[in-house]
Design a protein around this ligand. Structure first.
Ligand code: ADP
Length: 369
């Protein structure tokens, strides 16, 4: 199959230099080119908008602008160049050519050292590289789209499952409460199992909705004073704190961080909730919320004296649906820490754990100050 002619735009106001390039392009036996020439940056930019070249050979010194200014004008709103550009410079301007490559040019050639072969290679590599970048960008965009669709699907699914689940749960409870006498032991066991499973599924749907909601709402970062926020959450857990004889210590000088109030609340709700759940049998939980200042921001610590986590699970537990225990041992959905991780990351922070089995766990959250 005959190769399509590639449109090459030579941007150079020196006719002798243009002729040199033209001669090399015409001598190229591997590729065939349609050659266009312009004298000024402004004329070239106007030409590019209507004609769309396959590659631009750009002289660094133009009468109306320099190469960097040309590249800045050519770049699209995302800052990337819409066409491959090879910069032509004199020897003394080599550092500037490197600068031009940082601004998106694909390659540069030093005038005087140009051969048919190296010009061919520079043009074809530039075209190939831009093509690959485009393909990668398109794939990334598609992936993002698919991801968003999937999340919207998960949200809609979870949302739509709530109504039928409520019906099942409601009727099972009625049978459980009002028809005890009509059932034998097996019947009563089956019905209470349905009620239990419904409660577990309801929790799962709630957590899943919470997780997908986090992704969908805009992140609004503002100064958030941590002490009153954590105290408020602790108050909402006061019944369970009392039931489990937990001693909770919250550092009174917790700092004000730069973050989204809802996301920060989600972090503490889930970490404190877990600290109350994963306690060692027969040992009153001791939970401490403290912090350490960092160069940029703060490291918040939530430490407990609970069952601890084996080191091989330290990363895995932050994945959605990752649980280390059965529901009979400790109830849960495996979504809490995924919410913590997502929340921290959406604010430009991160989260990790240090823990040993039987020796408690300390969760660290890094947040911007
Ligand atoms: P869930 O608690 O609903 O199972 P999470 O995502 O909150 O889900 O936690 C994932 C797993 O990490 C839990 O199943 C538990 O095994 C472990 N884990 C979380 N927090 C703690 C903790 N404070 N101490 C010990 N294990 C924990």
């Amino acid at each position: 199959m005959e190769k399509k002619e590639q449109k090459i735009l030579i941007v150079d106001n020196n006719s002798e230099d243009r002729n040199v390039l033209r001669r090399h392009l015409l001598k190229d036996v591997e590729s065939s080119y349609t050659i266009f020439e312009e004298n000024t940056g402004a004329m070239s930019l106007a030409w590019c908008r209507s004609e769309k070249p396959d590659c631009i050979l750009l002289d660094y010194n133009l009468p109306d602008m320099n190469g960097l200014e040309f590249l800045a004008e050519l770049a699209d709103t995302s800052g990337s160049l819409p066409f491959p550009v090879v910069v032509m410079t004199g020897v003394s301007l080599e550092p500037i050519a490197v600068q031009a490559m940082k601004s998106g040019a694909q390659d540069y050639l030093v005038k005087g050292n140009i051969t048919t072969e190296n010009l061919h290679r520079a043009i074809q590599n530039a075209i190939e590289r831009v093509h690959m970048l485009r393909t990668l960008e398109a794939q990334r965009y598609n992936l993002e789209q698919k991801n968003q669709e999937l999340q919207a699907f998960a949200y809609a699914l979870a949302h739509d499952l709530q109504a039928p689940l409520r019906a099942i749960s409601g009727f099972a409870q009625i049978v459980n409460e009002d028809y005890q006498a009509a059932l034998d032991d097996d019947g009563r066991y089956y019905v209470s199992s349905i009620v239990r499973a419904c409660t577990q599924m309801d929790r799962l749907i709630d957590d899943l909705l919470n997780y997908t909601r986090i992704e969908h709402r805009p992140v609004r970062c503002q100064p958030v004073a941590l002490y009153p926020l954590v105290m408020q959450i602790a108050n909402s857990l006061s019944e369970r704190i009392a039931e489990t004889s937990t001693s909770l210590t919250i550092a009174e000088d917790l700092p004000t961080v730069q973050g989204d109030r809802t996301l920060i609340s989600q972090i503490f709700i889930n970490l404190l909730d877990n600290a109350l759940i994963y306690r060692r049998p027969g040992i009153a939980p001791q939970v401490t919320v403290s912090y350490a200042p960092l160069e940029a921001g703060y490291q918040i610590c939530v430490a407990d004296n609970g069952i601890g986590i084996a080191s091989k699970y330290h990363d895995k537990i932050f994945n959605i649906f990752q649980r280390l225990h059965s529901d009979e041992e400790y109830t849960g959905t495996g979504i809490g820490l995924a919410i913590v991780k997502k929340s921290a990351e959406l604010m430009g922070g991160k989260v990790w754990v240090e823990s040993e089995v039987g020796a408690g766990s300390t969760f660290y959250v890094k947040l911007p100050g």
